[in-house]
Design a protein around this ligand. Structure first.
Ligand SMILES: Cc1cc2nc3c(=O)[nH]c(=O)nc-3n(C[C@H](O)[C@H](O)[C@H](O)COP(=O)(O)OP(=O)(O)OC[C@H]3O[C@@H](n4cnc5c(N)ncnc54)[C@H](O)[C@@H]3O)c2cc1C
Length: 526
């Protein structure tokens, strides 16, 4: 397909809309734009390399009897620790039910009772049962399966798989195209576009222990930031408290829904430890649980998820069950070893209510974006919701801003930015270990200053390609974490363990700012 595409184009051809990323946000946006022609670029074949396909819990939406948009908004605000943009949260919760209806139309087989009502589960920090799901913990796989089939049957959507975004092209503040690199190492390809939508997912792969697929390495975030786009709330990374600690990379996830169904957290002595840390115990906000788990492990007591009391575990949670038994653990008979893992990025490219970034003609959807819906901490299962709500809004915005689809010629030639990078796995592993140890669950000023120096060094020595973008994304996160001298939501500084009301605001940073912070931190440490 890529070769056909290459052959079919003249050097000056211009795509109308290019979407980078084939997860839920990218595919949903493409479907909402249909029948307008769209090119979707993905690093991995669609369905692979996307967190969307791995989601277990489901999608939060106020569709249950007795539930309300107000209650969903209130829970979102409370999880976000003072930094949620209420208007955005209200938009997201309010449009959720209509987007769930869209998914039903695209063929997603949400679990329903005989009367057709959704079967809803409850997750941490939700005051109601409001998670729509599929076959227990198969929501992500089932949603993606349905969407991919619909996309394949939509002639206006062209999918180019195995291409990695490397660089965005700009003309002043306007994005004009992008450079992609074939995953198989072939020649890079330049695409000109009237509209570019980044839907490249999260940043978990920047950390040594993560639940995210390999492709989630912050490269889209970095490409946007390198082009000059503003980044928001980059320091807020959510660590999933219950990744199965069975020596796999990425680490398999034991969904929160298990705790909703009564599974408990115990240490190696079989003692529950969350009751002493939070009134909601196992159902406390994720950051609290992650620190609780981290502390038990750090103290040498170990941390385990005891799901022996969960009814019909194997049938209702087949993914977790298979991951555990595949590693030789029988969850019906013994607690499963767990560890916190980098899971979700609340920060990302700053977007408005229509998904527009600070650069013209560049939109961002899904986890790569920071809409303000999550604040300092995401409420469970709000991310798939955010992905579909804002992907739909982006499609509508593109249609109204650029009403006529166009395929025309652009006179300007593209600068040659590509230089083959010999940077290898060694630096990548070094970067991931550094992020895990110094920019992880518990952070300190000294650790962050050290990390900033090392990351800046890695970035400087990576002339192009994935490592350079990974390092830029890591630098944005570490610099924002260094600058926030308080603890809030997913960001915990042991040298500033309390929230500081004076810092109760979202953070905004450019890549240039991050470089300046790294230089200052280095100078101070020297
Ligand atoms: C194990 C797990 C369980 C989860 N469970 C839930 C849940 O139950 N409910 C919930 O709401 N959220 C859940 N989340 C979070 C949620 O899945 C993600 O936030 C969401 O799927 C992100 O969707 P996305 O479309 O933005 O990104 P993704 O689905 O990750 O898709 C990103 C796409 O971009 C492509 N890509 C990446 N980099 C490049 C590049 N440089 N060039 C080209 N293409 C690129 C990838 O190949 C992929 O196609 C979970 C996450 C994980 C990891």
């Amino acid at each position: 397909m890529v070769d056909q595409y290459r052959a079919s184009r003249t050097a000056a051809a211009i795509d109308d809309v290019v979407i980078v990323g084939g997860g839920l946000a990218g595919l949903f946006c493409a479907l909402k734009l249909a029948p307008r022609p769209v090119t979707v670029i993905t690093a991995a074949p669609i369905g692979e390399g996307a967190s969307s396909a791995w989601a277990q819990g489901g999608i939060a939406a106020a569709v249950g009897e007795g539930d309300s948009i107000d209650s969903h908004v209130a829970d979102t605000l409370s999880a976000g620790a003072g930094l949620v943009d209420e208007n955005i949260a209200r938009l997201m919760a309010g449009e959720g039910p209509a987007r769930i209806a869209d998914l039903l139309r695209y063929g997603v087989p949400f679990d329903r009772d005989l009367a057709g009502h959704f079967l809803l589960s409850r997750e941490a920090a939700h005051s109601a049962r409001r998670i729509v799901h599929v076959k227990g913990d198969r929501a992500g796989a089932a949603i993606m399966h349905a969407l991919i089939a619909t996309v394949r049957n939509t002639p206006s959507i062209r999918v180019l798989e195995g291409l990695k975004l490397d660089e965005l092209y700009t003309d002043g503040r306007r994005v004009t195209g992008l450079r992609v690199i074939p995953a198989d190492g072939g020649a890079p390809l330049d695409l000109r576009a009237r509209a570019v939508v980044l839907a490249t997912g999260g940043i978990g792969g920047l950390y040594a222990v993560t639940t995210n697929p390999r492709e989630a390495r912050g490269e889209g975030l970095a490409a946007g930031a390198r082009a000059g786009a503003l980044v928001a709330d980059a320091e807020f990374v959510q660590f999933h408290p219950t990744a199965l600690n069975v020596g796999r990379d990425p680490a398999p996830l034991a969904t929160e829904a298990l705790r909703g169904e009564g599974a408990t957290l115990v240490n190696g002595k079989g003692e529950r430890f969350m009751q002493a840390l939070h009134p909601d115990a196992e159902l406390a906000p994720r950051d609290v649980v992650a620190r609780g788990v981290f502390a038990e492990i750090a103290a040498g007591r170990g941390a385990f998820l005891d799901a022996r009391g969960v009814e019909k575990l194997a049938e209702r949670f087949p993914t977790v069950y298979a991951a555990a038994t595949g590693a030789g653990i029988e969850p019906l008979k013994e607690p499963m070893p767990i560890a916190p893992a980098a899971h979700y990025h609340m920060g990302g490219l700053l977007t408005d209510a229509n998904g527009r970034t600070s650069l013209d003609r560049l939109w961002a959807a899904g986890e790569v974006a920071s809409t303000g819906a999550h604040g300092a901490n995401r409420l469970a299962s709000n991310s798939l919701l955010e992905a579909i709500v804002f992907a739909a809004r982006i499609a509508a915005d593109i249609k109204s801003l650029l009403p006529q689809p166009q395929v025309s010629a652009l006179p300007a030639s593209m600068p040659d930015l590509f230089a083959a990078s010999g940077a290898g796995a060694g630096e990548e592993a070094e970067l991931r270990a550094l992020m895990q140890s110094s920019v992880g669950v518990i952070r300190t000023g000294a650790g962050l200053a050290h990390a900033l120096g090392e990351i800046a060094h890695i970035e400087r020595n990576a002339p192009s390609g994935g490592l350079r973008n990974m390092a830029a994304a890591a630098l944005l996160i570490a610099a924002s974490a260094f600058a926030r001298t308080e603890s809030r939501g997913g960001h915990f500084r042991s040298d500033f363990p309390k929230p500081d009301p004076a810092q109760a605001a979202r953070s905004f940073i450019t890549l240039n700012d991050a470089h300046a912070i790294a230089a200052r931190a280095n100078a101070k440490a020297a």
